[in-house]
Write a new protein. Sequence first.
Length: 174
Amino acid sequence: MPVELFKRIDLDLLMPDFRDRWLELVARCASRGAIYCALSGWRTQGEQMFEWSKGRTTPGPHAGEAGYGPLGQTVTKAKAWESAHNFGIAGDCVRVVNGIRRWEVPFYNELAEEAPHVGLMTGARWQDFDHVQVPGFVTCDDLAPLTAIMKNGGNIQDCWNIVLSRWQPAPVCA
């Protein structure tokens, strides 16, 4: 079942260890009655900058609504090369309840509770509750070695090798 919940994204662009653990995370949440569908995974630098511009230079969520500015709400603080999405080690998902996408914080409790059991983390710490990623690659400093590889002509597998050398997740817990 989890793979069909990921049909919006290209699973082949995600680091295999991250992808498998994200699938396991979604399966664990589903076993608790919480269904999450993937919205985004790997992003190009252009896609990341497009997401960053929302609410800043282009309309974002809630644009023009009461309580929000004319451009609405920002989507991300991360520009290109400042996001784990740019390296295939992060993804975003949405909770679906009775066919309706739910964004309210309580709908992400299961995701936050189950993520550590599969060696992942959510973005709850910085109020990005639908975000899932490999721990230890959150800040620009954390991502700097990966960025350097890509900017100097390396490839994504080189980045994933660094991630794997630093990420020591526990085996998936029952």
